[in-house]
Design a protein around this ligand. Structure first.
Ligand code: SF4
Ligand code: SF4
Length: 262
């Protein structure tokens, strides 16, 4: 997410640094327990999909079909992927059980990061990032009235946010390309957008595409990387991002094969 956009969304929130403290606690004893799991407007990111579909033991295709919808939100040039709530009267999250979150260890980034929001600012050098956190506060959330204190660093560790941050940083680079409207005259109806969406969010379809087409003969992919792609969804996700970067900007680590076997 680009820093200026992020700031627009979190106006009024307090900026925190890694060692800054905030008060918060969320546990079954709080009277609002699971209130935030109802009628939530929740963005999902590519790494969220990997964790959730593997937790459920279903394909990414099935996960997208059963649990998500696409909507044009803050980026007019690329649809955001949103978690579909159930149609019960409270619009509960489909993973909400009587005990709380049924997929807790693999819950999406937004659920685990709250009450923090993360902003990433890039300098001219795309490898350099400045990260800061903002504290956000839903009026119904009583966790802010609890006495337990955390530093940002402690919260990140406790909620196991770090792997999500690493993957989401890679996603920010791709999302930034999408925000520049790289689709040409067809805009968001372009077939390239559909390919890019598949490469970012539908990891199992990407795998089929890579291994069951002429794809690998058209790009220089070291054998070692091919083996990793067969075993790891995270490696597939990174590869998908490299491919999107190549076909939309001509840049990135992936290169076309010198001899094409088309
Ligand atoms: S509303 Fe706040 S305190 Fe209540 S369950 Fe959700 S995050 Fe926890
Ligand atoms: S995924 Fe879990 S924590 Fe997140 S909204 Fe659904 S039930 Fe709540």
């Amino acid at each position: 997410m680009e820093d200026n956009k992020f700031n627009e969304q979190i106006t009024g929130s307090r900026k925190l640094l890694a060692e800054d403290k905030f008060r918060f606690d969320c546990r079954p004893g709080v009277s609002c327990f699971t209130r935030c799991c109802k009628d939530a407007d929740m963005y999902l990111y590519p790494y969220d999909i990997i964790r959730m579909k593997n937790r459920l033991g279903i394909s990414s295709d099935r996960f997208l079909e059963q649990h998500t919808f696409q909507a044009i939100r803050d980026n007019p040039y690329f649809p955001s992927l949103m978690l579909e709530m159930t149609d019960d009267k409270e619009k509960s999250c489909p993973f909400l059980s009587s005990e709380g979150c049924a997929i807790y260890e693999d819950r999406p980034f937004s659920c685990r990061a709250y009450p923090l929001e993360r902003a990433v600012a890039r300098s001219g050098d795309e490898n350099e990032r400045q990260v800061c956190y903002f504290i956000t506060n839903h009026p119904y959330c009583l966790g802010h009235k609890e006495s337990r204190e955390w530093t940002v660093k402690e919260w990140i560790k406790d909620q196991q946010i770090q792997p999500y941050n690493g993957m989401n940083d890679l996603w920010v680079d791709i999302d930034t390309i999408f925000r520049r409207n790289p689709w040409g005259p067809q805009g968001i109806n372009s077939p390239e957008l559909k390919m890019a969406f598949m490469a970012c969010f539908n990891i199992d379809e990407l795998k089929t595409f890579i291994f069951e087409s002429t794809f690998l003969s058209r790009f220089d992919v070291p054998q070692e990387r091919i083996e990793k792609l067969m075993e790891s969804d995270v490696e597939l996700m990174k590869f998908g991002f490299d491919w999107v970067k190549l076909f939309l900007t001509g840049a990135g680590p992936l290169t076309k094969a010198r001899i094409s076997h088309k």
